[in-house]
Design a protein around this ligand. Structure first.
Ligand code: MG
Length: 185
């Protein structure tokens, strides 16, 4: 059994008109997060964290923002699809920790609902999902209320993967190419 760690980051700009979708829940108010999907920056950061832990690509590659099929898409559904990709590799999320940096909304009253929604999508108990909120002390674009940022760290677990011979050959070929480039005048 092997444990792998991944990190994810996302930010979205506020736009007029609520509700704001964050951590899989809808927060009433007069702003939402602009984005091609529903703009759920927590779900996007968590998706990138689990994909990163699995070295299985990223959310932009799985769900292109050029594809009209993803317009307004439910980001928890995208997270579930990423969990499915991990399952296909013999890996599963084990634990997630999220920090949201925003002046508004204050997360405390929404925290438990977010943990529950993310946990269901990840196939985990809520005790394995942490959501924390920070302000940016009024500094910079977050401080001016232009948008919010999220950081996520995830661990995934699965059977230890033997290094296949073809992967070693690919790595050696790539290294040789880099070396050749470096020797160019
Ligand atoms: Mg995003």
């Amino acid at each position: 059994m092997t444990v792998r760690i991944g990190v994810g980051y996302d930010s979205h700009r506020f736009a007029p008109g609520g509700p704001l979708v964050l951590g899989g829940i809808r927060i009433p108010g007069d702003v939402h997060l602009a984005g091609h999907s529903d703009g759920d920056a927590i779900a996007h950061a968590v998706t990138d964290a689990i994909l990163g832990a699995a070295a299985a690509g990223d959310i932009g590659e799985m769900f292109s923002d050029q594809d009209p099929a993803h317009r307004g898409r439910d980001s928890l559904e995208m997270l579930r699809a990423a969990v499915g990709r991990l399952h296909g590799m013999g890996l599963a999320p084990r634990q997630v920790d999220v920090t949201v940096v925003a002046e508004q909304p204050r997360l405390a009253q929404h925290r438990e609902a977010m943990r529950a929604a993310l946990a269901v999508a990840l196939g985990l108990p809520p005790s394995a999902v942490s959501v924390k909120g920070k302000t940016n002390e009024g500094m910079g674009w977050v401080g001016r209320g232009e948008g919010l940022a999220c950081l996520a760290v995830a661990t995934v677990e699965g059977a230890a993967e033997p290094i296949a011979a073809e992967h070693v050959a690919t790595a050696q070929a790539a290294t040789a190419r880099v070396g050749a480039t470096d020797r160019r005048p």
